[in-house]
Write a protein that binds this ligand. Structure first.
Ligand code: SF4
Ligand code: SF4
Length: 688
């Protein structure tokens, strides 16, 4: 006998009819729920989806490829879900089980339709049937195991995890659907009495069938019908309620993964034409976000990963990226779906219920607490870009003149003097006094343009890094030059603070200078400068080969141009702090370690390292802001560094140098903080 079963075996025709009617009703409620939210996203600034499909086949494929790859790795491969122990395992199991059950149900319906057309098209039989039933039973167990683990997790409720009563409904209905599914199978086995492999392939149902061994065939059939209905009704309820619960992320997660910007550290430019057209800069009201950003708010399932990764939150500042997303979502729902339509229809008093975005929904202290470290964006399983949500708001505040204090002063100084200290450009080259550091005029045939940056040029401590680097370059006979007084701030801080047009002004001035001297290759010891040249400047026509000093030093050591004496055993231990804009945003973390390994045999790692590094607190323009000593991010990172027992903390960013020095000093520790270039120059005993 060929192993098989009827899709609607034991189900009377009237029940089948009702089943399809309820399927249509539940799908209609589902579609209504999605449409309700879609109407909200549509009120955002239009995104050009059509451009994806313009042009020839090859062009369309090239445009779709990144989004499809993200779906493959992040949605199907669950890549971003991994790495969180039991929570990750629970999600992966539940997801795998859910997908397989969904696919299985779809295939069952395909077979059913095929069989209606012609009995000869029936394929749910034989080997296919055996594999199908076995696979679905196995994945059903995974699905249930995932649910149980999630129930356990919710009872423990980690503080970062969002929770509401509907979450229990979701988990309990999942469990009920899974269990009743197996019961239906068990009762079908009791009345159908399949034999051999046809029974064994449904191994869970077969095992459960023993519970009903006392039933007659008629009893098994009537119980089967009742449980089948319970199971079906639970599924209908589940489908209908997807858009009204956290389960909405099943649909919006993949959608956001497809459309989300994929590159960390890249910001979208704004143009004067845009400002003239819209009469605003940045986001002043919720509908000024674009449609993808509004959709992303609904994709958040409050997993809390971003909050756990956020240095501002960890240091006690009033910023949680999860809260920002949820508050914006609340505002979108309130303002766009309830109040705005009423106000537009002229309902009396409706306007007074509209909630403000700035200072009411998102407070100024929340907005300015962000260090732009990108940790939240990196860990979000559905690639919500919390950082851009924040910087878009900052752009508006700066445009409205709402930024005051030390950060505003730094911006004014950048505008007036081309550096945040407001020091004269004529003093920009003073740091190199007594060193052989030719300018581009003095050495027009240079290979590398060494970009010094504002800190390297004006900050006394960071000047020592630039001097060490110049000594190393000369020792290795690298053909380099500097811009001297012609260099200006890259504008990184200005852009991340929200002062887009000041950034553009600085970028264009620098690009003009770099073009004038035919610069192709840039070396910098500042990860923020590196990111600006790699991700910001190309938007304005500045394309260069850019390396961080750790990368060039690594190459020079490997080529034997810097001969580092073997590290003595018993030498002081060093720990390395990865800067966010180097390790996380630009994925450069091996090179600095390789340079340090040439200098010490005892390189100690902190728990949070490489791409998962923890911020020093300086990015996003925070370095220019006053900070409550009790809320310093640098204190947290310094404690982590000191926890390794190392006597030296190595850095590779002038901002990290300042912050880590302050953080270590606050711990009353004598541990030194040095840049990798200083450590290497010291090791080579290079004279000043
Ligand atoms: S970018 Fe960093 S500081 Fe800003 S919200 Fe995200 S994690 Fe927090
Ligand atoms: S924004 Fe992303 S990481 Fe943060 S809670 Fe929502 S889904 Fe999780």
């Amino acid at each position: 006998m060929i192993p098989t079963r009827e899709t609607f075996g034991n189900i009377p025709p009237a029940s089948i009819l009702l089943f399809y009617l309820l399927t249509i009703i539940s799908l209609a409620i589902f579609a209504h729920g999605v449409w309700r939210r879609f109407k909200l996203w549509r009120q955002g600034v239009s995104i050009d989806v059509e451009h994806l499909f313009r042009g020839g086949f090859k062009q369309v494929c090239a445009r779709l490829k990144p989004g499809l790859l993200r779906l493959w790795t992040d949605a199907l491969g669950q890549q971003r879900v991994r790495g969180r122990g039991l929570a990750s395992l629970a999600h992966i199991w539940l997801f795998a089980g859910f997908m397989m059950l969904f696919l299985g149900t779809t295939m069952l319906e395909v077979d059913n339709i095929a069989s209606w057309i012609s009995k000869s098209l029936h394929f749910h039989q034989g080997t296919y049937y055996v594999i199908y039933e076995f696979t679905l039973d196995a994945f059903g167990l995974l699905f249930l195991a995932g649910c149980v683990m999630f129930v356990w997790r919710r009872t423990r409720r980690p503080p970062s995890l969002g929770h509401n009563a509907a979450d229990w409904y979701v988990l309990i209905s999942f469990l009920a659907i899974g269990i009743t599914g197996y019961l239906v199978e068990a009762l079908r086995i009791v009345w159908q009495q399949p034999e051999g492999i046809g029974a064994k392939c449904s191994f869970v149902g077969l095992w459960m069938a023993h519970w009903f061994s006392g039933l007659t065939e008629a009893g098994a059939r009537s119980t089967h019908l009742v449980v089948w209905w319970v199971h079906s009704l639970l599924v209908f309820l589940f489908i209908a309620t997807i858009p009204y619960t956290r389960l909405m992320h099943i649909i919006l997660g993949p959608l956001n993964l497809f459309f989300a910007p994929a590159v960390l550290g890249r910001m979208k430019p704004i143009t004067m034409e845009e400002v003239e057209q819209t009469e605003r800069i940045g986001v002043a009201a919720i509908e000024h976000y674009d449609q993808q950003q509004l959709l992303s708010l609904d994709a958040c399932m409050e997993c809390g990963r971003c909050e756990e990764a956020c240095p501002a939150f960890a240091s006690g500042k009033p910023l949680s990226p999860k809260r920002v997303v949820q508050d914006l979502k609340g505002l979108m729902t309130a303002n766009l779906s309830l109040v705005a339509p009423a106000a537009a229809a002229g309902a009396p008093g409706a306007k007074s219920f509209l909630r403000a975005l700035h200072d009411e929904t998102i407070l100024a202290e929340t907005l300015w607490a962000c260090t732009a470290c990108s940790a939240c964006v990196q860990v979000c399983p559905v690639r919500i870009d919390q950082l851009t949500l924040i910087t878009d708001l900052r752009r508006n505040r700066v445009g409205e003149g709402a930024l005051s204090g030390t950060a505003a002063t730094a911006l004014r100084r950048m505008q007036a003097s081309g550096n945040p200290w407001g020091l004269p450009p004529t003093e920009r080259g003073n740091w190199a006094e007594g060193l052989r550091a030719p300018t581009v005029r003095e050495n027009p045939n240079f290979e590398w343009l060494y970009w010094i940056g504002c800190a390297g040029a004006y900050d006394r401590r960071a000047q020592r890094v630039a001097r060490a680097m110049v000594k190393l370059l000369n020792h290795a006979q690298v053909n380099f030059a500097i811009l001297g007084r012609e260099e200006k701030c890259t504008g990184d801080s200005a852009r991340r603070l929200g002062e887009e047009f000041l950034f553009q002004e600085l970028a264009q001035a620098n690009i003009a200078t770099l073009t004038k001297y035919k610069v192709r290759k840039i070396l910098t010891h500042c990860p923020h400068g590196l990111n600006a040249f790699l991700k910001d400047y190309p938007q304005f026509g500045g394309h260069y080969e850019v390396v961080h000093h750790s990368q060039l030093l690594e190459q020079l050591i490997a080529a034997g141009r810097l001969k580092v004496p073997a590290a003595a055993s018993g030498a002081d231990a060093i720990t390395y702090h990865d800067p966010c804009y180097l390790a996380r945003v630009n994925r450069i973390h091996d090179a600095p370690r390789s340079v340090l390994s040439a200098s010490t045999k005892d390189l100690r790692e902190m728990g949070r390292r490489r791409e998962k590094t923890f911020c020093c607190g300086a990015g996003g323009g925070r370095i220019w802001m006053e900070e409550d000593p009790k809320q310093r991010v640098s204190t947290l990172r310094a404690r982590e560094a000191l926890g390794t027992g190392a006597k030296t903390v190595a850095v590779s960013c002038p901002f990290c140098l300042t912050m880590m020095t302050d953080g270590i000093a606050a711990q009353s520790s004598t541990t030194r903080v040095l840049d990798i270039a200083e450590i290497l120059a010291d090791k080579l005993s290079l004279p000043d």
